[in-house]
Write a protein that binds this ligand. Structure first.
Ligand code: SAH
Ligand code: SF4
Length: 319
């Protein structure tokens, strides 16, 4: 849907229409304007023609997760994943770009890049699963799907505002994961939003990190962590450091000790992620041993629960 066109049409209507439209789309979760009973028939007809609510997505359902492949107007395809936790949380993992230009060596998404997503293309991923789950609700949203959110900063922030204000998902339940685009971290610190920040580190020194992630040449670890320190200083919010464990690459005891020395600071915590196969590399079997070293050093650390590997919907497998 073209949100600007929607605003144009609603802008010509009495001011209470906007609220009626938001209620119908984001709370009643109507799938066609003909169901928007509070709107006059003529307006519904115009909206059905000019701003269709149809989302062109195919769902692939497994036991605890659902992957949806969304086809956009220009035929670009993106993927979005719903994770249904045992504790009743329903988390949607959204994409911010079609593909990703950063090409990290372990990530299938980074093998091609098409374009940034617009605001509606981001919001509709959450809306799709809100409709799917009804009467249950989406409780959390993570920007950990395809793409680097901070390379599409303005649209991501605008989408978060809609997800927060209209879909009524609390800011504290929304997270952005970045590879460490420093300007994005700096801007987010100034937004005064209560959302969560996660940073993909994956290596405790520049040599190793650059060999896995080309982006480290532009934003080396010291620059990224300086931005994180300033973010924490300003927002007083916790920051999650993501670390994928890849066999014989970054999973040694030495790496764990180096990591602990690097980031043992207030409000930092580590999320250990097992590597999901994408062609090269193998998953590490040392995740517990690695965690123990961080635990012993007093660094808060959790192991990420794995969803969706069997439907190729796990971290790094979206392509
Ligand atoms: N571009 C952002 C957000 C999308 S990726 C980022 O990189 O942070 C979301 C998470 O999945 C990141 O932590 C990323 O490093 C991780 N990831 C990528 N490929 C993976 C793989 N093969 N196995 C496990 N995690 C992976
Ligand atoms: Fe892009 Fe993130 Fe994948 Fe790297 S890990 S290629 S930044 S999506």
């Amino acid at each position: 849907m073209d949100l600007t066109r929607l605003e144009e049409i609603i802008g010509k209507e009495p001011s209470f229409r906007k609220k009626q439209v938001n209620l119908a789309v984001f709370e009643e979760l109507i799938e066609t304007w003909s169901l928007a009973k509070t709107l006059p028939l003529s307006l519904r007809e115009v909206l059905d023609k000019e701003c269709p609510l149809f989302i062109n997505a195919q769902a692939n359902i497994s036991k605890d997760s659902v992957k949806a492949v969304v086809e956009l107007d220009d035929k670009a395809r993106i993927e979005t994943v719903l994770m249904m936790h045992k504790d009743k949380r329903n988390t949607v993992c959204v994409s911010s770009q079609a593909g990703c230009p950063l090409g990290c060596s372990f990530c299938a998404t980074g093998r091609s890049f098409k374009r940034n997503l617009n605001v509606w293309e981001i919001v509709q991923q959450v809306l799709f699963f809100a409709r799917f789950l009804k009467p249950k609700r989406v409780t959390n949203v993570v920007f950990m799907g395809m793409g680097e959110p901070f390379l599409n900063y303005d649209n991501v922030i605008e989408a978060i505002k809609i997800i927060n204000n209209d879909l009524k998902i609390g800011a504290r339940h929304i997270s952005i994961s970045t590879v460490g685009i420093v300007e994005g971290i700096e801007k987010l610190a100034k937004e005064n939003m209560q959302i969560n920040l996660a940073v993909s580190l994956h290596a405790p020194n520049d040599k190793l990190r650059s060999s896995l992630m080309k982006v480290n040449d532009k934003y080396p670890i010291s620059m990224v962590l300086k931005a994180v320190d300033e973010y924490i200083e300003k927002t007083k919010r916790k920051v999650m450091i993501e670390y994928i464990l890849i066999k014989d690459v970054n999973d040694s005891d030495l790496c764990a000790k180096e990591l602990a020395a690097l980031i043992k600071k207030p409000l930092y915590f580590v999320n250990l992620i097992s590597y999901n196969p994408t062609g090269i590399f193998s998953p590490s079997d040392r995740i517990k041993a690695f965690k123990k070293i961080l635990d012993d050093k007093g660094l808060p650390v959790v192991i990420r629960h794995r969803f969706g590997r069997n439907i190729k919907a796990a971290c790094g497998q979206l392509e």
